[in-house]
Write a protein that binds this ligand. Structure first.
Ligand SMILES: [Zn+2]
Length: 372
């Protein structure tokens, strides 16, 4: 047994004190892939991405990582964390780092703390919540380990030999370390909103700037977290502290729109603007029947509705048309509690908040069952 339970408990407690959600996988305290006489998870921090597709959901490859003992923690797409193992895990593999003399070649598993971040590693944006969770976790690690040297926070690609063997994480690790360095010890949620007039950290321009200003600019939408970048089919997007703004020349006459929070997380699960919904055609709206729910409409006749009681779900096609004709969430059906579910007989069912449903089948077309 080579676990470091106290180290991980301190890290967990610090993260929780900062407002982050840390789940504990069953048996994490005794999980130990490689019993080692020397085990020091405070010598190096390795950030990874798990290469899971957005379709795999919030927790990506968590089950696979647990089964194969591949990380000490997993960070979900929404920034929540699962503590997987207080023991040595197989995540570092073959590698070396000349500047870290106390970590022998290929000897990082028992000398590092591994974080598998749920991300496809190709084009998927890191949400503001995810980025914040990673940075806070790395800061917490420097505090718990007593490491003053932020250069001990590394990406797997920086450790792996030969150079180029690993591409994870997709994150720019120099920027990551700068963010960790700058991260305050007090990070009460919500994230800090800069005062009006503070200089933008990255340029914001064109249609994205118009949307950013409409949304309240730096005061309400926070700082840009990176430069504008390519999005699907010739569009552009940019990440901000509060959410992301997407633009495509052919969508809503070239007006850019913002996607945020749980709606955005759900939209990633649908492959974001690359997926069947396409680009947002509205910002997130709160003009719902109860004033509590929120929604975005999307390019291809899709909508995603969110309510604290139901979570976020998409509605599209003929079922959406019918629901809209009944009055959307103001109808007796209320908010959706599922997406479309294909039944054994091939019909498609969507269930709503108060037990009602809308079904489509080739034989009967659309059928509405109102709640009792
Ligand atoms: Zn890795």
């Amino acid at each position: 047994m080579s676990t470091q339970v106290a180290f991980f408990e301190k890290w967990r407690d610090l993260m929780r004190s900062w407002g982050f959600t840390v789940h504990e996988a069953a048996g994490w305290r005794t999980r130990d892939a490689e019993p080692a006489t020397f085990y020091r998870p405070g010598l190096m921090y390795l950030e990874h991405h798990d290469a899971s597709t957005r379709l795999s959901g919030n927790w990506g490859a968590l089950a696979y990582i647990l089964n194969n003992r591949l990380a000490n923690i997993v960070t979900a797409r929404n920034g929540e964390i699962t503590l997987c193992a207080a023991g040595v895990e197989w995540h570092a593999g073959v590698g070396s780092r000349a500047s870290l003399g106390d970590i022998p070649k290929n000897g990082a598993n028992p000398r590092s703390f591994g974080n598998e971040v749920c991300n496809d590693g190709i084009s998927e944006p890191y949400s503001a919540a995810l980025t914040r969770s990673i940075i806070a976790g790395e800061k917490a690690w420097t505090i718990v380990s007593g490491q003053k040297d932020v250069m001990r926070v590394l990406g797997h690609k920086e450790w792996a030999d030969p150079e180029g063997r690993k591409s994870d994480p997709r994150a720019d690790m120099d920027r990551r370390r700068a963010d960790v360095q700058a991260f305050g010890n007090v990070v009460a949620v919500p994230p800090p909103v800069p005062s009006p007039g503070s200089p933008l950290k990255f340029p914001v321009g064109g249609a994205i700037l118009a949307a950013y200003n409409r949304l309240g600019g730096v005061q309400r939408y926070g700082q840009p977290l990176g430069p504008e970048a390519d999005a699907a089919r010739g569009g552009r997007w940019q990440e901000f502290q509060r959410g992301a703004i997407y633009w495509h020349p052919n969508v809503d006459k070239g007006t850019a729109h913002a996607v945020e929070g749980d709606i955005r997380v759900h939209w990633w699960g649908l492959d974001a603007e690359w997926g069947p919904s396409g680009y947002p055609t509205t910002d997130e709206r709160g003009d719902t029947g109860d004033g509590i729910g929120r929604f975005n409409h999307f390019e291809n006749g899709w909508s995603i509705y969110w309510h604290p009681a139901t979570g976020a779900h998409e509605v599209h096609g003929l079922i959406r048309d019918k629901w809209a004709s009944l009055g959307w969430e103001r109808s007796k059906l209320g908010y959706p509690t599922t997406g479309e579910v294909v039944q054994v007989d091939g019909s498609i069912l969507q269930i709503f908040q108060r037990g009602g449903s809308i079904t489509f089948s080739d034989k009967d077309g659309i059928t509405v069952k109102l709640p009792a």
